[in-house]
Design a protein around this ligand. Structure first.
Ligand code: GAR
Length: 196
């Protein structure tokens, strides 16, 4: 069984879908811990699903590197096979990439390399495109430029707001994420090979 540590900043709705999937005894992965860089709403899922949580508050450290060092220590305690950034809204420092990549993946609400960064949904809307998407990538030292594991198009509809569009993208992200976890667990997807 693949051991997952999931890192969040927000509501953790994609995390919830992973937790629900892993309630099935046949699912080949388990979330062993949930971590956050702040007092994220999604940490409540830990209590709901009986999963340990930890917080490494970004603002409690003098710089990104010091934060990253503590994050590495906290994540390593759980000896994960895979670390998932599921709405972690911080760039991780190079030491975190070195520690975990290519077993460090990120979900992103756009069709990368289109609209990288913290505002993928807003930027797609502002650009006036008629389709955007969802992507799952291996984290490297670029901003959302790592190898693409899976991605899928999502239409932008007339009258879409950032939240209506994001709500249409998230279920696609969840599907891509769960499929990738299955594929990794069943050795149908080799992140080392992908990142080579
Ligand atoms: C997701 O759409 C995820 O792709 C995005 O934050 C959302 C988290 O939602 N991440 C990024 O934009 C990273 N740059 P959730 O907390 O409801 O799962």
């Amino acid at each position: 069984v693949l051991k997952l540590v999931v890192l969040i900043s927000g509501t953790g709705s994609n995390l919830r879908s992973l937790l629900e999937a892993s309630q099935d005894a046949q699912f080949p992965a388990r979330v062993v811990a949930i971590g956050a860089d702040r007092d994220a709403d999604g940490l409540a899922l830990g209590e709901e699903f009986g999963i340990p949580t930890f917080t490494v508050p970004f603002t409690a450290f003098p710089d990104r590197e010091a934060w990253g060092t503590e994050l590495i220590a906290q994540v390593r305690l759980w000896e994960p096979d895979l670390v998932i950034l599921s709405g972690l809204m911080r760039l991780v420092p190079a030491a975190v990439v070195d520690a975990f990549s290519p077993h460090l993946i990120n979900t992103h609400p756009a069709y990368l390399p289109e609209f990288p960064g913290a505002h993928g949904v807003r930027d797609a809307l502002a650009a006036g495109v008629d389709q955007t998407g969802a992507s799952l990538i291996v984290v490297d030292n670029s901003v959302d430029g790592g190898p693409i594991i899976a991605q899928e198009r999502v239409p932008v509809l007339p009258g879409d707001t950032e939240s209506s569009l994001h709500d249409r993208i998230k279920p696609v992200e969840r599907r891509l994420l769960i499929q990738a976890v299955l594929d990794i667990a069943n050795s149908h997807l080799d992140l080392k090979e992908l990142a080579r």
